[in-house]
Ligand binder design. Structure first.
Ligand code: BGC
Length: 754
């Protein structure tokens, strides 16, 4: 009950927050007047200066005289990767006191899943399905960043990812547009709060606009070719939610979309973002993505790149200098008007005013926010344990029993740097608490036997096998910490083969021969194809890259101090050849048929061509994923009963709602949290519709034997989709609805829209 009340309260506060956003945007009239005044006194060079984000490498420490001079002349709008507070304050003073415009700078940094306190990678946190928690982590990240003079983060990344080969799936919210939208909004709310000018809050940036996650073959930066209806019905959804929830900035993506690079894409940046969504923040390019339109083959030179990006509506250029070098000439040649330039500057100044940097350029009260404080570490611990997804638990081997002797093996058991994951520029491995240390603390040194077996995840040396096997033999149960080092996922770190790298599979096979049960704990930036490993282990937990508090969080889960409640935010493939694999796919005219499917080893020799049936499946991998979207076990079990549909025939208007309920019971002996998911299927449409779509979800906490009725109320307008004429409409016809614990099961009902 407590959780349900808390959730309801959260929803109420959330809607108040959304209305306060629109209020603050209305109250911006004042800001517009202030901007008029500022712009009036600016020279062309100074205006162009506001459009420049000067970047140094993520590792650089100093502040060059050249940069100071440019700021002194008013030629810089924002700075990226300046991480020493005294240097930030020094250059801000130059901007405010010495530059002719006195306009303060913004200071950007990739604070993606924590600043010093590192939370699980975004894909991991997505598995918590807990928006309050997500918001809390990003608020802490904002506070810590602000304390170090950062007022702008390049997060959240809201790119839908259907391809686990893509390294950036680690940073993504997963494959589902609804879950991704809610996650993005929660991150933005945590970073910006109700008002980004309040000390401790920072500006958010929804990235990478758009469809970056659809890169061909999962190869980073690659070309994207998708229909407009797919773009709008799936990939743009979380961006629209981000825009409407007040994300201060947007970042354009590296990829081309149907032939036009996103950083010069008028359709995305003008038509959709400004005209349809009425977005009034500013758009930043990605790192050099404006001049990268030259190798793309979309601009002949830097000048044409500047022209194309500026005409498309890209306000600020990250690191490359095409605006700085060419906008003045383009204006003189009347290819860009000064009015256009003023609009770009206005978008940027609007955000600077909203961020409060004119009144508070020097990060006042920053000393009030500390790094790695007790609340931050406790939140990181909860976030990491709520991100864990229990994928297998044969004979309830988990939770562990207190008197068991434990062998801790594997390259990720004591790898403080690796457990932090990708994009942790400011995180320190010295602050990490590893699983090995956590178990030594909770079980005592004498009951824990340790040998890594492999020095790192890619190791090809068997030198450590013998000692790993010897330690395993002393134990009652083996905890094998497997996975990927942090460097194997993230930007430009795609893999064509996503199984356990190095000799990890081989070591597991050797350990199995000891006859001891094996619990596999995966620390990785993406789903890992488990193939032959899965039958060799008795339990599997996906912990993703869990961050600073990986050790205590995983030990909480393994000891049963926390009951796993994570659910997969992505479909988990059996084999890489199944990719792209995602639950909300269309049906085809010949869907896979379990009753006729013949697996490759069962095909008779010289079988007649059509004797196997003609269905959409793989002969070798079949048609099912390893684990479906939304899947995750618990130490308890839940039953779903008594589906009730309010009105089964609904009118197609903005008032009607589909009301559905079910009774969920904890049928086991342990308290547990269940994420109850509501899916629908629109059976026939003017374009083909997905076989299921998530339309809502709710988390409930149940004591043993306790039941709760979960009630969903879905407005008919939420069933609308973009048809082939790009009209957003719900269509009359038959629908199915499921209340389910994952994307492949559930109580099924029918309803109709008239
Ligand atoms: C990435 C962005 C990031 C930017 C700044 C780019 O390479 O694509 O996500 O925000 O660098 O570091």
């Amino acid at each position: 009950m407590k959780t349900l009340t808390a959730k309801l309260l959260y929803c109420l506060l959330f809607s108040l927050w959304v209305s306060s956003i629109s209020y603050s945007q209305k109250s911006d009239l004042n800001i517009e007047k202030k901007i008029d005044k500022v712009i009036k006194n600016m020279t062309l060079e100074q205006k162009i200066g506001q459009l420049c984000l000067k970047g140094t490498s993520s590792r650089s420490k100093g502040l060059s005289e050249e940069l100071k001079n440019e700021v002194r002349l008013g030629l810089v709008g924002a700075i990226l990767n300046l991480t020493e507070p005294n240097l930030v304050l020094e250059i801000q003073k130059i901007a405010v006191e010495e530059s002719p415009t006195h306009i303060p700078l913004l200071f950007g940094r990739d604070v993606i899943h924590g600043y010093k306190t590192i939370f699980p990678i975004p894909l991991g946190l997505a598995a918590s399905w807990d928006m309050e928690l997500v918001e809390k982590t990003s608020k802490i990240a904002a506070n810590e960043s602000y304390s170090r003079c950062i007022n702008w983060t390049y997060a959240p990344m809201v790119d839908i990812a259907r391809d686990a080969r893509w390294g950036r799936i680690a940073e993504s919210p997963g494959e589902d547009p609804l879950l991704a939208s809610r996650l993005g909004v929660a991150y933005i709310k945590g970073f910006q709060g109700n008002n980004p000018s309040v000390p401790g809050q920072i500006l958010a940036c929804a990235k990478h606009f758009a469809a970056y996650g659809a890169a061909e073959g999962g190869r980073d930066y690659n070309t994207v070719s998708i229909s407009e209806s797919l773009l709008r019905n799936v990939y743009l959804k979380p961006f629209e939610a981000a825009a409407k929830s007040g994300a201060a900035t947007f970042m354009s993506s590296f990829n081309d979309l149907n032939g036009i690079p996103a950083s010069g894409n008028r359709f995305l940046l003008q038509k959709i973002l400004r005209e349809e969504w009425k977005y009034d923040g500013f758009v930043l390019s990605d790192w050099n993505s404006v001049t990268e339109m030259i190798p793309h083959g979309y601009a002949a030179d830097e000048k044409e790149a500047a022209l194309k990006s500026a005409s498309a509506g890209l306000d600020m250029e990250m690191t490359s200098l095409s605006y700085a070098n060419h906008l003045k000439t383009l204006i003189a040649e009347k290819k860009i008007s000064e009015k256009q330039l003023d609009e770009m500057v206005r978008n940027i100044l609007r955000i600077k005013f909203r961020a409060g940097v004119f009144e508070n350029p020097y990060f006042k009260d920053r000393e009030k926010f500390s790094l790695l404080n007790a609340d931050a570490l406790q939140t990181a611990r909860i976030a990491a344990s709520k991100s864990c997804v229990l994928l297998k638990n044969e004979n309830q081997i988990l939770p562990l029993k207190n008197n068991q002797k434990i062998a801790i093996i594997g390259p990720l058991a004591d790898a403080p740097r690796e457990q932090l994951g990708t994009w942790i520029f400011d995180g320190n491995k010295e602050d990490s608490q590893t699983p090995l240390k956590a178990f030594q603390n909770s079980f005592g040194q004498d009951n824990v036997f340790y040998a890594s077996g492999l020095s790192h995840s890619r190791s090809l040396s068997e030198n450590g096998f013998a000692s790993a096997i010897a330690e395993a033999k002393k134990s009652d149960v083996i905890l094998f910490f497997a996975g990927e080092e942090a460097i194997l996922s993230g930007e430009a770190h795609s893999r064509a083969n996503i199984n356990l790298p190095g000799l990890q599979e081989k070591l597991i096979a050797e350990l199995q021969k000891t006859g001891k049960p094996i619990v596999l704990i995966l620390l990785a930036g993406r789903p890992i194809t488990l193939g032959a490993v899965l039958p060799k282990v008795n339990a599997v937990i996906m912990a993703w890259h869990p961050g600073t508090m990986a050790g205590p969080a995983i030990s909480d889960i393994l000891l049963g101090l926390a009951n796993p409640s994570g659910k997969l935010p992505v479909t988990w493939p059996k084999e890489v050849g199944q990719i792209p694999i995602y639950y909300n796919h269309p049906n085809t005219g010949r869907p896979a048929d379990p009753t006729t499917f013949v697996a490759i080893q069962n095909i008779p020799v010289e079988a007649w061509q059509s004797s196997l049936g003609n269905n959409s499946h793989y002969l070798d991998a079949g048609y099912e994923p390893q684990f479906p979207f939304g899947f995750g076990l618990s130490y308890t079990t839940f039953s779903y009963d008594n589906l009730k549909i309010g009105k089964a025939i609904l009118k197609n208007n903005n008032i009607e709602k589909l009301n559905v309920s079910a009774v969920i019971t904890n049928t086991g002996n342990t308290p547990g949290i269940e994420t109850v998911q509501l899916y629908i299927r629109d059976i026939t449409g003017s374009i083909v519709r997905p076989i299921r779509e998530l339309k809502d979800f709710l988390q409930i906490e149940l004591k043993p034997k306790e039941s709760k009725t979960v009630q969903f109320s879905i407005p008919v307008s939420d069933l609308a989709f973009y048809n082939d004429k790009m009209e957003l409409k719900a269509e009359p016809g038959d629908f199915k609805v499921w209340i389910a614990s994952h994307a492949e099961n559930g109580l099924e009902g029918d309803f109709k829209i008239e």
